[in-house]
Design a protein. Structure first.
Ligand code: ARG
Ligand code: ZN
Length: 416
């Protein structure tokens, strides 16, 4: 009797009993080489429940694109034999997703509290926002810009030396719930800011002359859900009238030719654009804050994963933004900085042609509001672990990303 209770208790501590397990689930990578093979994938996706990792929906798939998707255990055998028969080039990226998910928490650091080299749950991140502000009152202050659908506080950190008429850079993390490396980067950034101010010349210059608004997690409800119920959740957790499906894709929910391309009008889809632009409390709060501070915010950075890309507008059209040449030059130099640390290779360019066309993104919206330096980061990796990036990669990923962010911030400061 006691042994049973102890076992149940131990299991509950690491993973709640009601959470979805990924035993035997596989992640496939396929590369269709012609329209016929794309059509085959369409048929496959309409017959079998498939979770697209990259791109996020079958509708975005084009010939020669690498397509990563997850298949539930009892469907893997069938999917694999269909792929064999069809002749579509494929490989198995992850043979057993649960094994890789268990291995996420591989950091050597033993910690029960908040730790920068581990994935922190929302409770720890929320407490951390209060602590870092309290302990660094000269550099960090915390405000709340709204609440989530489920009522959680949307905290925003303002990082910088106080001064008058300072311009600012806005950076958010955690749009998509399962992209855990993203919130880890926002936390890392703030840590680096407070710990290297006064010693690192560039960081000191940046914080003396600019403010950084850092939103550690935008989609908090979704993030909590990935910890408690379903690790692969992407969208918000709001209800949809007329449907039992939950959630809207926050990065399809902005007023940037909303829901025109690369987004879905169906609430059950992963790229559901919502009932209207800014229908989500989270995106509305972010957009309201940026609108209110448009005269000071000179750059917008939004952190996603995975695929190792630095993207800039537009995603809703193949047309290039007015300062395309400048954005491209900045991206090239920022990526060079990033790569210099560990050799991590990044691609960069306008979203539509570099990743895929998709409307309603926060980057395009911010750009059209007049923030001419607007970038989306897609952090590590390129699919070996995908969203299940091991904790041992948090430090190198954040260090290299910080190089690129500092480069961009310095450029923005030089061009105010
Ligand atoms: N993976 C990101 C997403 O699907 C790409 C973002 C690029 N920008 C955009 N506006 N779609 O949201
Ligand atoms: Zn994302």
């Amino acid at each position: 009797m006691w042994a049973v209770l102890v076992l149940v208790g131990a299991a509950a501590a690491s993973a709640p009993l009601h959470s979805h397990h990924f035993d035997g689930e596989k992640v496939f990578r396929v590369t269709p080489h012609n329209e016929e093979q794309v059509e085959f994938l369409n048929t496959l996706a309409s017959n079998v429940q498939i979770d697209f990792w990259n791109p996020e929906t079958i509708t975005q798939v084009k010939p020669e694109m690498r397509v990563d998707f997850r298949v539930e255990a009892d469907k893997c055998f069938d999917v694999q034999s269909l792929l064999e028969q069809s002749g579509v080039e494929y490989e198995i990226l992850i043979d057993n997703l649960q094994t890789v998910l268990d291995a996420q928490f591989d950091s050597n650091v033993r910690a029960t509290g908040h730790n920068y080299e581990k994935y922190n749950n929302w409770e720890k991140i929320a407490a951390w926002t209060a602590d870092i502000a309290a302990q660094n009152a000269n550099l960090v202050s915390r405000t709340q810009i709204g609440t989530t659908f489920q009522g959680r506080p949307l905290y925003l950190l303002k990082v910088g030396k106080s001064g008058s008429n300072k311009k600012a850079i806005f950076m958010d993390c955690g749009f998509h719930a399962r992209e855990w490396i993203s919130p880890a980067f926002c936390q890392w950034f703030v840590k680096e800011a407070v710990s290297t101010y006064g010693s690192d010349t560039l960081m000191t210059r940046l914080l003396n002359n600019l403010d950084f608004y850092v939103l550690p997690v935008l989609n908090i409800d979704g993030y909590v859900y990935t910890w408690t119920n379903y690790r692969m959740w992407r969208k918000t957790r709001s209800t949809n009238s007329g449907s039992s499906c939950i959630g809207t894709d926050p990065n399809r929910n902005f007023n940037a030719v909303w829901c025109s391309i690369g987004a879905s009008k169906k609430p059950c889809d992963e790229t559901y654009c919502g009932s209207a632009p800014e229908s989500e409390k989270e995106t509305k709060a972010l957009a309201d804050f940026i609108r209110k501070n448009l005269s000071t915010i000179k750059a917008y950075l939004t952190i996603h994963s995975y695929s190792q890309m630095l993207l800039f507008p537009y995603a809703y059209t193949y047309s290039l933004p007015e300062n395309y040449a400048e954005l491209n030059t900045i991206s090239k130099a920022a990526v060079k900085e990033l790569t210099s640390l560990y050799g991590t290779k990044y691609t960069f360019g306008a979203s539509a042609s570099t990743i895929y066309p998709a409307a309603g993104g926060s980057d395009d919206w911010a750009y059209n509001e007049g923030i001419k330096y607007s970038f989306t980061f897609e952090l590590r990796d390129k699919g070996r672990y995908g969203f299940a990036l091991p904790e041992s990669q948090i430090k190198p990923t954040c260090e290299e990303t910080l190089k690129a962010v500092k480069y961009i911030a310095n450029y923005v400061l030089d061009h105010l």
